[in-house]
Design a protein around this ligand. Structure first.
Ligand SMILES: [Zn+2]
Ligand SMILES: [Zn+2]
Length: 380
């Protein structure tokens, strides 16, 4: 594959390199600082797409900066990755956000669910564990990966209103957010990938990309009206709008039903087991499995395609998030494709399930990659 991809690669030497002492206040300041050392100024940034990799030799003080520069005068993209800088692993938020904007209620709710999930280790039973795994697969796998992501966000296949409703309802039960909000944010991620207004880029910080971003408003998709701009195709379905508006109520009813069912099976211990294990622990696992892709797959891994972003395929994430979401570079190269695994070893469980649903005539018009499948000189 042509092009560069990150620090320590085997690509040709960068156009400029320099050891400097600095501490970057933020991405753009850091970039401007480096460019000013080379006699360039802000206006130049508009005309140059570059990839800055940074590794701290002495954390916080010495940075070895490599700046390979592509002189594509028409592009206005800036792709910046920070490697091994403690400051940028933890704690950074984008310039357009303020810490005062953090949504405290959401933070408390998320922390409470995490704490309650710990009780699952004391009260769970084999039955509650089994149902947890079942609902994890249904809500996380079918609901988020197949429903919210491949179907609603990217229209990777067609289906009936009933199956659409079932897939969307399963996504709702993963308690990430309503379908219109999720799709709006995700389409914005594809539109702004690894740039300033990407909702969850690890270029801000790893913690931001993994979870912190969920506690802050985004200037483009804060209100429902703003999200509608990205999801016009979904607004023709009243049932999807209903699921969006009743997202919280549906989940509260579901959690209450879990508590009641557990109580009927095994009294108060059963109620706690079902609520904490099937409710809270299952939700926490789905959250972290979904969000880890945002953090890791835009930083570490290999690339099959030279996309204009920093997306990567990561084998470890693909094992952990076993539904095939780890082949993220393939996905950014072919967002509409229902198949994320493009090479023979890139196992994609979600695609196999999509094929099964197609065989059962529950879905149809499944989209496949359009790019000729020649990767690194081999045909997959
Ligand atoms: Zn991505
Ligand atoms: Zn996507």
């Amino acid at each position: 594959m042509k092009g560069y991809h990150g620090a320590g690669g085997e690509q040709s030497p960068p156009a400029y390199s320099k050891v400097i002492k600095t501490s970057f206040k933020n991405t753009i300041d850091g970039v401007a600082e480096i460019f000013s050392l080379h006699g360039n100024h802000y206006p130049k940034l508009d005309n140059i797409r570059f990839h800055l990799t940074q590794s701290s030799l002495q954390v916080g003080l010495l940075y070895y900066c490599e700046i390979p520069i592509e002189t594509k005068s028409s592009t206005k993209e800036i792709v910046v990755s920070y490697f091994f800088s403690t400051k940028h692993i933890l704690g950074c938020i984008p310039n357009h956000n303020r810490w005062s904007e953090i949504q405290i209620v959401r933070v408390i709710a998320v922390l409470t669910i995490h704490l309650l999930s710990l009780l699952a280790f004391f009260y769970n039973t084999s039955l509650s564990t089994f149902i947890s795994v079942l609902i994890l697969v249904l809500s996380g796998g079918f609901g988020i990966n197949i429903g919210y992501h491949r179907f609603l966000s990217h229209r990777s296949f067609k289906t009936s209103r009933l199956i659409q409703f079932i897939l969307t309802l399963l996504g709702v039960l993963a308690i990430q957010c309503g379908p219109i909000t999720w799709v709006g944010i995700h389409r914005l991620h594809h539109q702004e990938t690894d740039r300033k207004f990407d909702p969850h880029s690890p270029n801000v910080s790893l913690l931001w990309a993994h979870f912190l971003w969920t506690f802050f408003p985004h200037p483009f998709v804060t209100t429902y009206q703003e999200r509608e701009k990205y999801t016009k195709d979904l607004l023709q379905f009243p049932e999807i709008i209903w699921l969006e508006h009743n997202f919280l109520a549906i989940n509260l009813v579901f959690l209450a039903l879990l508590f009641l069912s557990g109580f009927l099976v095994n009294g108060w211990c059963g109620a706690l087991a079902w609520f904490c294990c099937i409710g809270c622990l299952r939700i926490c696992i789905t959250w972290h499995l979904t969000f880890i892709v945002n953090a890791v797959n835009h930083r570490w891994g290999y690339r099959n395609y030279e996309t204009p972003d920093n997306s990567r395929n990561n084998i470890l994430i693909s094992i952990l998030v076993f539904f095939g979401e780890g082949w993220h570079n393939n996905h950014h190269a072919e967002p509409k494709s229902a198949r994320h695994g493009h090479r023979w070893f890139e196992f994609d469980l979600a695609y196999l399930l999509i094929c099964l649903l197609q065989k059962l005539h529950l879905i149809w018009d499944v989209q496949l990659p359009r790019i000729p499948q020649t990767i690194n000189g081999t045909t997959s």
